[in-house]
Structure formats: C-alpha cells, structure tokens
Design a protein around this ligand. Structure first.
Ligand code: HEM
Length: 575
C-alpha cells in the first residue's frame, strides 16, 4: 500500500514536471519572441553552443534564422541575447539607440566587472556609469594627444628593436611581436619598456578571465557562488586581481617618486600627475592607476592580433607581399616607412585592412546590454538583453565583400568593388571598421592601431621576405595554418613556425645598424636627462595636487567579493 502511494506520488510529480517543462518550452518559444533557434527551458541553447570558435555557430544560426532581418535571438542559462548579423541593424540598435543600448553585461568571473559597486578598474567592461564616462574622456584625450605627437617616436624605436630581434632570433617571433606591442604601451604609459614582459602576462590574465572560453564560471555561472574554501575559481581570481592592481599602483607611485626627484621623462602617468589631476573627476590614486594601467594593457593583445595575422596573410600571398615591398621601395627610396608616408602607401593600407577583414581578431564582437525595455522590428526586447554585434558575419557578407572567404586586397584598390572608395591617399583606412565596435562604446584605439600596424607591417616588408620555414628533417615546407586560433574574446593564431628572410645582406646590416644607433641614442638621451635632473638643470616638475596618505591596500580587501572602494580612496577633491 505504502509502495503504491509512493509510486503514485512519483508518477504525479513526474507528470507535473513534464507538464511544467512543456509549458516552459511553449513559453520560451512563443511566437511573440523574436525568431531564433528553438530554445530549451532554463538552459536556452547552451548545450550546442561550442565554447571553441563560438562565432562560427553564431554565424550558422544567423544564416538559418536571421534572414533579411539581420538579427535573431537566443538564450543562455536565463540570459537573453540578440545576435546582430547585419551592419544596418547594428547601426540602428547600437548607434541610433546608443542612449539606452550602451551598457555592458556583467562578467561573472571578475569581481564587479561593470564597476557598479565602484571598483573603477576596467574601462572597456564598465557599465555606462560615471566611472566609465570620466575614464573614457581621459583615455580618449591621452590617445589623441599621443597620436598628434606621433607617439614621440616610440613606435619607430620599437619597430627597429623588433627587426633586430627577428634577425637575431627569428624563431621567437610570436613572443617578440607581442613584446613590441607591449613595449610601445609601457613606454607611453610609464616611459619604461622593461615592464613589457609582466604587462603582457597580466594582459592575457585579464583577457582569459573575462572570456567565455576562460574559467568555467563564465558559462556555468552558479559555480561562482560556491563557498570560498570550495571555490578555486574565486580564489584564483582574487590572486590575479590583487597582483594586477598592486602592480599598477606600484608603477603609478614609482612615477610619482621619480617626479619628486625631477627624474621622470614625459609619459601618460606623469601627464596625469602633473596636469590632468587638477581638472579631472578621477577620484584618486587607485582609480588613476587603474585607468592608466588598463590603457597600457588593452593596447597589447588587440594590436598583436592583426599583426600576427599579417604574417599569415603575407606567407600565403607572396604576390601581395611583393606588391607591398615594391610600393615601399618606390615611396620611401630605401628608408623605413613612417606614418607621414601613409597617404602614398595604399597597397600597404589595403593589405592591412584586408587582413583585419579576413581574420578579424574580435570575431564575436563585444556585447552591449540594453538599459530599458524596447520594441525593435515589431518585437519586444526586455531590459538587460545582451546585444552581440557579430563581426564575423559583418565581414563575411558577400554583397559587401564578394568572395568573402579569400584574401582580396584589391577590393579596396580597384573601382568596381563595393568597398572601393577614393581618394586612395585617404582610403582604405581601418578607422571606423565594424571590428572596432559601435556607438558610445566604439574603440578608442583606432588611430593608435592604424599607426602601429602601418609602422610595424611596413618595417617588416622593408626588411624581410616572409616565408614558410623548411623542415630540416624532411626538406618540406612547414604549414602555416589558416584557421587555428585560441577562442578567447580577442583571438590570435596558435603557435606556428615561419621564416624571416632578410631581403638582402645589405638590408640585414642596415636594420642592425639602425637599431644599434637608436638604442645608443636612447641610452644617451636617458642618461643626459638624469644627469641634468641631478644637477638641477631641468625645470622643477610640478606635481600639482598629489593625493596624500597611504594608497589603498588591495591586501586589505583580500576576501571580499565586491570591493566598494570609492570612499576609501584619497580623493583629489578632498584636498
Ligand atoms: C586591432 C585592434 C583593436 C580592435 C579590433 C579593437 C576592438 C574593440 C572593440 C570591438 C571594442 C568594443 C566596442 C563596443 O563595445 O562596441 C573596443 C573597445 C575599446 N578599445 Fe579597442 N580595439 C583595438 C585596439 C585598441 C587599442 C590599441 C586601444 C588602446 C590603446 C584600445 C582601447 C579600447 C578601449 C579603451 C575600449 C573601451 C571603450 C568603451 O568601453 O567605452 N583598443 N575595442
């Protein structure tokens, strides 16, 4: 009898469960929802969305469900997504409606990624709040000023170092490539290229932590809430975060100390302490060290992507490599190309732009989040929906980019292609590409990227012919894979081997000589500056309003999940 009761009860529960799931299934797939793949209750489509190369699946769904509408909807563990596959829709949703579609989704495996609790750390990930507004303003003005000052020659200096390193140790090219990008950012930020190794490591640490392909807690988000002692993900993030913040702060305080002795050459941190701190609403040392540190970090893995894919493009397309070399030889008459040469180098610019189109390094795009309920295209879009502008789909649109899967720089150079634009002294330009995002959140590093790629790719073409490497054992060329990469938010090719063949013995010697001269001049300039500072020959640096007291100790915050720091930071405005 008892057994029968239990059995009946079980059956009732089972039927109720099935009915509940059926109801939930009908609701989540009701016709009033925007079109998209069929959703399962609670999990949405998480089960068949691969973490690896996620953008390919999003594009496959776009081809199936978006149609001429140019967008579709999907869900993941209760979070609603709109995936945009047509540029026009991105323009309408993210530019015209930027006022309420420019927030960011929370990233589960970071503490307070949106800075809603005042952590003030990662500008690109912040919600559309006061910290984002003031940090965006500061970042924009620093990058613009540096661009106008041609980065004080830092890019030329680092490009020369890179050529010499490639001659001396070509097999280490993936490391030296990223290190070049990092040294440029470390010089601009702290006038110290020796910081590049750590800065790069710390950049990848953050990128991994924020990517869906990073810690499992970014996908299976409930795991993040396990208690501290059972939670390796939270403990690891606490360590990573604290180390990074402490390092940024140490750099910031180091610059201030040197400024106190008159021994600090110009850089963004000095600029902040000397000038900006007077007029900005940045709250104090903690926020300043973070916005400046983040700026250094974001310029590394971003630029390294197209630069790595440049190698792939050139190895696979020797005819275009030869065209770039011819153009540089004619225009620069034997010297290294400079940013001033850009108007006369359309083939170089076309190959750079085509590399970025062919192998976009942020293929899923960066998500925005809606701040209000809205109706778009006749469909209700609830507040909190994540909008993903799928760059992979934009750049593979066959109407705009015929033969989209192939590397065709002529699409930017020859009339008759939909993307051709005159004058060729100005176009093609990578500025404004869909890869840099949309509206109020559009990338702030477009000109820096454009200039750095021109200098670095141009210098490579001046010095080397890029080729496949011959395997000494078999005598066969080693493959340079086209489609192997990591799957982080910002991607780069998996390690591969290739050869950097100096274009002539004379070029090789010249590249080494140019680096030796540049290095000697830099060492001398630094020594003379220090000497003058010690003798008191330089004008006293005015640290206008240093923030007093002990800087915020990240160690104090060790075990807190959310760091409410804004009140703890010594504020400039308190002085
Ligand atoms: C190939 C190079 C780069 C690509 C493809 C790229 C792409 C992007 C994308 C897709 C976004 C988000 C846009 C959106 O949400 O709509 C972004 C934001 C941002 N980028 Fe870049 N970026 C690159 C280089 C750089 C560089 C060199 C810097 C600075 C040194 C930089 C600084 C920023 C900043 C500060 C933001 C945040 C803007 C905000 O949230 O308001 N980027 N970038």
């Amino acid at each position: 009898m008892q057994l029968l009761t239990v059995g009946l009860l079980g059956l009732v529960l089972l039927v109720a469960g099935v009915l509940h799931l059926l109801k939930a299934f009908r609701e989540i797939n009701a016709p009033q929802h925007p079109p998209g793949p069929t959703q399962l209750p609670y999990i949405g489509r998480i089960h068949d969305l691969p973490i690896e190369f996620m953008w390919l699946k999003f594009k496959e769904w776009a081809d199936k469900y978006a149609g001429s509408r140019g967008w579709y909807r999907t869900e993941m563990l209760g979070a609603s997504f709109i995936i945009i596959s047509d540029e026009k829709v991105a323009e309408e949703m993210l530019v015209k409606r930027a006022k309420f579609n420019s927030d960011r989704p929370m990233i589960r495996s970071l503490f307070d990624s949106k800075s809603s609790e005042g952590s003030m750390e990662y500008l690109p990930l912040m919600g559309r709040n006061q910290y984002w507004a003031r940090q965006r303003k500061l970042t924009h003005s620093y990058i613009t000023e540096a661009t106008n000052a041609r980065y004080n020659g830092v890019m030329y200096f680092e490009a020369k170092r890179w050529l010499a390193r490639l001659i001396e140790n070509p097999d280490n090219f993936q490391h030296s490539l990223e290190d070049m990008a990092s040294k440029i950012m470390c010089q601009l930020t702290w006038d110290d290229p020796s910081l590049s190794e750590y800065c790069t490591k710390s950049a990848w640490g953050l990128l991994t932590q924020m990517s869906p392909a990073g810690p499992i807690t970014n996908v299976l988000t409930p795991l993040w809430h396990l208690p501290w002692h059972l939670n390796p993900w939270k403990r690891a993030e606490r360590k990573r975060h604290d180390e990074q913040q402490a390092w940024w702060m140490a750099r910031f305080l180091g610059v201030r100390e040197k400024m106190g002795n008159g021994e600090m050459r110009p850089c963004w941190t000095r600029q902040f302490l000397e000038k900006t701190s007077l007029k900005t609403s940045i709250s104090g040392d903690y926020e300043a060290s973070s916005v400046i540190g983040m700026l250094a970090l974001v310029g590394i893995f971003t630029v390294a992507g197209p630069l790595s894919y440049w190698l792939v493009s050139m190895v696979h397309h020797p005819e275009w490599q030869a065209a770039v070399q011819r153009e540089i030889d004619e225009v620069c008459e034997g010297r290294l190309p400079t940013i001033e040469d850009a108007p006369k180098l359309p083939i170089l610019r076309a190959c750079i732009k085509e590399t970025m189109r062919w192998k976009p390094n942020v293929p899923t795009g960066v998500a925005h989040e809606t701040e209000v309920d809205d109706v778009y295209d006749g469909y209700f879009i609830p507040k909190g929906t994540r909008i993903l502008p799928l760059d992979w789909a934009f750049l593979r649109n066959p109407e705009k980019y015929p033969d989209p899967d192939n590397f065709r720089p002529e699409r930017w150079l020859e009339p008759g292609w939909p993307t051709y634009q005159e004058p060729l002294t100005q176009f093609p330009s990578i500025k404004g590409m869909t890869s840099f995002g949309w509206g109020q959140r559009q990338c702030l590093g477009m000109s820096l990227t454009q200039d750095e790629l021109l200098v670095a790719c141009g210098s490579l073409a001046w010095c080397f012919t890029l080729k496949r490497k011959r395997d000494p054992a078999t005598g066969e060329d080693l493959p340079v894979p086209l489609n192997k990469s990591n799957s982080l938010l910002i991607i780069k090719p998996d390690p591969f081997q290739m050869a950097f063949e100096p274009r002539s013995e004379k070029r090789r010697e010249e590249a080494l000589r140019l680096w030796a001269e540049a290095e000697a001049a830099d060492t001398k300039a630094r020594a003379e500056f220090l000497e003058a500072a010690r003798k008191g020959d330089l004008p006293q640096i005015d640290i206008k309003r240093p923030s007093p007291g002990v800087p915020l100790s990240v160690l104090e915050l060790k075990k807190q999940d959310v760091m409410i720091q804004v009140n703890r930071v010594n504020s400039y405005s308190d002085l």
